[in-house]
Design a protein around this ligand. Sequence first.
Ligand code: NAD
Length: 374
Amino acid sequence: TIVGVPRETYPNERRVAITPQNVALLLKKGFKKVLVERGAGAEAQFTDQAYEKAGATLTDLKNVWSESSIILKVRAPSFEGEMSEMDLLKSGSTIISFVYPTQNKNVVEKLADRGTTSFAMDMIPRISRAQVFDALSSMANIAGYKAVLEASNHFGRFMTGQIPPCKVLVIGAGVAGLSAIATARRLGAVTRGFDTRPAAREQVQSLGAEFIEVEIEEDGSGAGGYAKEMSKEFIEAEMKLFLEQCREVDIVITTALIPGRPAPKLITEEMLEAMKPGSVVVDLAAEAGGNCVATQPGRLVEHKGVKVIGYTDLPSRLPTQSSTLYSNNITKFLLSMNPEEGKFGVDLKDEVVRGSIVTFNGDIVPTAPRPAPP
Ligand code: NAD
């Protein structure tokens, strides 16, 4: 089996799907060849020489796509422009990348048209065996850290105990939110966290932050440990809380997401206007529509003296580390479908395979039900 790793083409994407170290591992585990497009790792500081030394075959874009039966990528193949990656995708081949199939129906249709077998790294079920494949968590961890650094860069003051101390509110305490809380705490900011899942309280507090709450009792835990959509009453109550908080805090980091749904709009114009001039909002939900009304995906905008950051490439801004983590996730996932050395095979009875498969030999596979909460 020949594995191919093209250079990412999405604007500002600096990650690469596979590191030289994992190229060596795939070869050791019986894959015949790993084709890497020249320059694929350059922006993540992995040189062509390092890939060659690891045993990869360096080649050009066309060869990678036409000779590989398994393609590993970060972003789903592009389908716009004259030479789209979807057109390059060899009919009948296998591809693994982020896909977000519920939000990107057109991508799924193209993957089916090309007769591919495809897997979405973002759909891997969160069962303990699959933790090593969990690229969403590894990227969220980096995004939360980087969100605080970006906020601090654009905030004209110290984060630590200068008078008055900088106050940070983190909305959504999943992987990204907890990472943001930990980072803000390490920089010395007074930090608060909020989440709809009661389980988040202890995690927020254990990081030395304050957990803020609404009076309404409603459990936001859904299937598989993910969040579910909240009632109108709950959203109204939390927004009231956020308005009060916005008058006080200097930095708001929002990470509220519900899988497969647009991000809830939680930060209104009124809240932005209640913030002190020079305050910063970082909206980690920007790509899913944003938690803040003023967010523009990929951009920093200013709303009446408050900076609203909607960057969608935060993991990519730490490209070496995010590539290393992603590469470990995708390599281990690929190897899990390779029980006998070099014999790649798809077993739809495997819960992880079934959860993440998008198309199978050109047929669209319906989304698997989420596992029950642990
Ligand atoms: P996520 O990125 O899907 O969402 C971010 C957070 O936003 C979640 O904590 C969610 O509860 C919260 N949220 C949703 N709507 C909100 C609202 N209206 N207001 C405020 N907050 C809101 O989250 P995630 O990083 O995927 O983490 C979700 C859960 O999954 C956590 O409990 C995490 O520990 C768990 N998890 C489990 C595994 C595993 O078992 N393998 C892996 C990763 C995460």
